[in-house]
Write a protein that binds this ligand. Sequence first.
Ligand code: F6R
Ligand code: ZN
Length: 193
Amino acid sequence: MPDLPFQFTLPFPGLIPSKYDGYIQRKLSSLRGQFLDTAAYEQMLAVEDTLVYEVYEIHRPEVVGEILSGISIVHPGRVGQEFFMTKGHFHTVLETAEIYMCLKGEGFMVMETPEGETCVESLGPGVVLYVPPSWAHRSVCTSRQQDLVTFFAYPADAGHDYGTIERQGFGKLVCEAANGSVEIVDNPRWNKP
Ligand code: F6R
Ligand code: ZN
């Protein structure tokens, strides 16, 4: 844990925090059930458990008033037509918001409420996105070459509810269209709340 107050830098080109005390790697196997094309998923996984995204965290005590921040890096790739993405979650303390700032790459933040309202916002360098309280969120990398790198900050006591999204999925999917463009489509397997 850093001395207080503390600072860190996000050096180019990697943007990996100069100090961090949490590091998470999520591979294809941890996203089972989330991609629409299950045959493509199984085929890809049989070849290699590819690294999909990484998270560097600057931890703080999980109490009211503290803010946890870090860097999320989603790598380029697709499962079938669907771009690589994070698992996505609600916060356990549902009424906690989060700020993201995109530092590099191209992509989208897919969001939805417990009532099933959906919203998809585009991300690119310099975009600051406010994820309001109660909105589940998932970031998606749509660049074919570049990582999607975002800085995030949220209340340290928020916690993560992954189970709800694992069960119901998100209402919107981010896919590559036949002509190579990016399209947002309805998820036919969405268990709409
Ligand atoms: C924290 C947050 C981000 C994500 C990260 C990885 O509340 O939203 O730090 O944790 O982008 O995504 P998940 O947690 O969905 O695997
Ligand atoms: Zn979050």
